[in-house]
Design a protein around this ligand. Sequence first.
Ligand SMILES: Nc1nc2c(c(=O)[nH]1)N[C@H]1C(S)=C(S)[C@@H](COP(=O)(O)OP(=O)(O)OC[C@H]3O[C@@H](n4cnc5c(=O)[nH]c(N)nc54)[C@H](O)[C@@H]3O)O[C@H]1N2
Ligand SMILES: Nc1nc2c(c(=O)[nH]1)N[C@H]1C(S)=C(S)[C@@H](COP(=O)(O)OP(=O)(O)OC[C@H]3O[C@@H](n4cnc5c(=O)[nH]c(N)nc54)[C@H](O)[C@@H]3O)O[C@H]1N2
Ligand SMILES: [Mo]
Length: 807
Amino acid sequence: MTNHWVDIKNADVILIMGGNAAEAHPCGFKWVTEAKEHNKAHFMVVDPRFNRSASVADFYAPIRSGSDIVFLGGVINYLLTNDKIHHEYVRNYTDFTFIVREDFAFDEGIFSGYNPEKRTYDKASWDYELGEDGYVKTDPTLQHPRCVYQWLKRHYASYTPEKVESACGTPKDKFLHVCEKLASTAQAGRAATILYALGWTQHSIGAQILRTGAMVQLLLGNIGVAGGGMNALRGHSNIQGLTDLGLLSNALPGYLTLANQGEQDYQKYIEARTQKPLRANQMSYWQNYPKFHVSLMKALWGPAATKDNNWAYDYLPKLDKQYDMLQIFELMNEGKVNGYIAQGFNPLAALSNKNRTRAGLAKLKFLVIMDPLATETSEFWKNYGEYNDIDTASVQTEVFRLPTTCFAEEDGAVVSSSRVLQWHWKASEPPGEAKTDVAIMSALHLRMKAAYQKDGGKFPDPIVNLWWPYAQPAHPSSEELAKEYNGRALADLTDADGKVLRPAGQQLSGFGELRDDGTTMSGCWIYTGCWTEAGNQMGRRDNSDPTGIGNTLNWAWAWPANRRVLYNRASADLEGKPFNPNRMLVKWNGKAWGGADVPDYGVAIKPETGTGPFIMNPEGVARFFARKGMNEGPFPTHYEAFDNPLGYNPMYPKNDKAVSNPAARVFPAIWETFGKASEFPHVGTTYRLTEHFHYWTKHALLNSIIQPEQFVEIGEALAKEIGITTGSMVKVSSKRGYIKAAAVVTKRIKPMQIEGKTVHHVGIPIHWGFKGLTKPGFLANTLTPFVGDGNSNTPEFKTFLVKVEKV
Ligand SMILES: Nc1nc2c(c(=O)[nH]1)N[C@H]1C(S)=C(S)[C@@H](COP(=O)(O)OP(=O)(O)OC[C@H]3O[C@@H](n4cnc5c(=O)[nH]c(N)nc54)[C@H](O)[C@@H]3O)O[C@H]1N2
Ligand SMILES: Nc1nc2c(c(=O)[nH]1)N[C@H]1C(S)=C(S)[C@@H](COP(=O)(O)OP(=O)(O)OC[C@H]3O[C@@H](n4cnc5c(=O)[nH]c(N)nc54)[C@H](O)[C@@H]3O)O[C@H]1N2
Ligand SMILES: [Mo]
């Protein structure tokens, strides 16, 4: 979230689109209720289903799954053509005036630089035009045909209300209602928030859907203000912590990035990430990359990371490809993976195309499951009849189960969607032989280290030199690890005159203290400040809120720097005067910043210097034109899901190269696993229910009683067509396999008219499987396609083709 849970109460307009917070985030959802009650907020839901959030909303509009960029592009077009934008904000705080390179082009769904054979883009032309001073050229009059504002107008001109109606199935009047309500926040003093989750991310164009939402918010001046923002409602209780700590395979802690294979040279690696400002006076905060990186390397390898060995740069792996889940299981299927550790992960249930996942697992030599429960994955080799019809004798994989504890059986911090790190204390001892994940991983590390010390190997250094300075090497404590993430001084830190600012050994109080000369260490720079000399800031429990805005700066601790609303500098005008004095976040008093939040930059930087609020970007402003960042283009563009009901792109019907995301990675063997509407005429989508948490609460008795049996949701019209009623068993098939489940016939899913064709959605909750206390069921992911987003590779779980039949 750019903002935070409590801040939702400050919104005047709330849009939940691509999420179902009442169902999946029922505790946080109370802030929507607060906004409605105390702020008269107008609450809207846009979803293929009339879901639990819609049932308590002021307004609901249906949308065809997978068509959100048409809808949001339509909102952008509406805001631009009706001039409902926050002029002062977009002019000063975005790239509206920037001029784009002359060779940048877009034609019928494809941008300049496309290589159809490789399905990738050469992104050279996707850039601003730079002057001789190295700074971006701008046109403050906004007239230049190549300025970002003019490009934006052209790019979304075809995203009309009529097109939204025919491509999304959203009636025009309902679409315009959403536009008008959002537009009412284009003025200072009103704010809209957008809350989203998987209904936006789990598509082959997921990351671009989020960008389109963010662009709407920028046009309205809703980023960085109280009650605004782009708010990702995250999943597992600590999934925010997982990404913060760099547990994605291409990441390092604190959103630093691993090198790719071509980056063997340390200086080049650092230079590529230490971005120089693209305009005068900008902070371009990633200029501090070397400080964060060297401090991380000191945390990992301690004394073995020295200036002479480039801070142990050679110890870090260099990526030959992006090792996301789809890639790993593809390699498994190719027989190229020997062993796999599934730690708190049930891939057989959670990953798309279950039969393919299972085939991959069966090719491993060994599989390790670290989990408190016996999961579908740990028993993938066992025959459970139709639910898991495997020939056990054909499986050679050796499976080890290592029972772990659950969160309540250890101390630690959990990071919420609000970026708040909140400490919790152990509530009970683990049962039986269960060990914490830290104890298991430590034991594994110590044994590997001993083996490498004894036998040597090709390159034992990264393992034998890993710094392990814990009181009990077999079980580092949560406190020790948290202090390490925060970071400390390894030598006396002095100023230019030699005065000691921070003696060696002390905890650091903020990432501003980090250095690139090996005198500081920090395991995750964005967490610096969470455990200072003043103690554990994550354990703080003072909920006082002097301004009433809900920031509670003394409750736990938020990254970065305890800031509760990101980019809060953008809530004030160039002089530092809050756009909305009633919901002030920060304010410049002529000498210093003050207010209800931690300001984006220190008191030394005055607004007069022109420093922009988007300090992580080298241009200091937010981008409508995503320079070279995204893989499928700098402006979000609609593409159909890989399994799609039309067979063409309704926005670019003439171009058969632009039907689905032209830059999404599709493994060669996967093309034939996509379905066609002639064979699979219905649109399937998968989702959650409040009563279950994925695949593990079916092991708990009470949850199993309240949601005992697998079902699929089918609209009344489709039910009539195939001759079923509630309770009938239906078979739902896709090109990848089939499931059977009880039908729930509902008014909450209605047929849609898409480009003159009737499209039915089929709703498939994900929670069942063949292990646990519920009635055994099929894994929903038997049906889903093995393809992901063009940037993150998040699987396309939300839109695929199925056929529903009466059993
Ligand atoms: N009780 C419970 N709570 C949970 C979880 C759980 O398993 N159980 N899981 C947690 C996790 S890990 C996560 S990631 C979050 C997920 O939270 P959510 O994303 O809110 O959950 P989902 O139910 O997967 O999907 C949300 C909505 O997306 C809609 N949708 C599908 N396709 C589209 C589309 O193309 N466009 C639009 N606009 N909407 C679409 C679906 O109809 C559904 O209503 O929930 C978390 N909370
Ligand atoms: N079709 C479809 N598929 C989906 C989704 C969808 O919407 N549709 N959603 C996707 C999403 S967003 C998610 S997050 C995934 C979820 O997929 P998973 O994360 O694989 O699902 P969980 O059941 O939450 O599995 C977590 C496992 O962690 C174990 N566990 C709990 N606490 C601990 C602990 O402290 N240590 C260890 N080692 N294990 C622990 C649990 O017992 C459980 O077996 O599913 C994805 N798959
Ligand atoms: Mo999730």
